[in-house]
Design a protein around this ligand. Structure first.
Ligand code: HEM
Length: 124
């Protein structure tokens, strides 16, 4: 049961971190170079939380027999990883639309994980 709460905590932290990304990108695009530094730090934070979330989702899968949080968390962190390299390459044709989609995906995952009751499953 604690794994379900850890997953909720991580998806919440991830949402907060990723929502900052377009804000910092906007600060940078307004001409303040500190915005790019903050955006790079936010990228490290977001993806690190994303990978921790995958580990927590594996525990939820094993202990609570719910596979969908793992599949969804893996999809999100895969998108974030592509996003990370697209950002470093300056491939903005990919980075900006994928960034918008990834923020939306994390917001949807946040709602889905918080709506799901954290329950104990009886093992046969
Ligand atoms: C809507 C969301 C996002 C927008 C609009 C956005 C926009 C940008 C922009 C304008 C740049 C500068 C590129 C350049 O100067 O060539 C950038 C760089 C970068 N972005 Fe994003 N980004 C978003 C989300 C993300 C996310 C979610 C991640 C990580 C998971 C990320 C990781 C990076 C990285 C690693 C860089 C390179 C930083 C550096 O050069 O030090 N971005 N992004």
């Amino acid at each position: 049961m604690i794994s379900g709460w850890v997953l909720r905590g991580l998806v919440t932290a991830q949402l907060v971190a990723i929502v900052g990304q377009p804000v910092f990108a906007g600060v940078y695009l307004s001409g303040d170079f500190d915005g790019l530094r903050m955006h790079a730090m936010g990228a490290n934070l977001t993806t690190s939380i994303g990978y921790l979330q995958v580990i927590a989702a594996v525990v939820v899968w094993v202990r609570l027999r719910q596979v969908w949080p793992f599949v969804a968390s893996l999809g999100v962190v895969a998108a974030e990883t592509v996003q990370y390299f697209a950002g470093q390459d300056g491939a903005l044709w990919l980075h900006i639309p994928l960034g918008v989609l990834t923020v939306a995906a994390v917001a949807m995952l946040f709602v889905a994980i918080w709506r799901q009751p954290v329950k104990v499953v009886e093992h046969a």
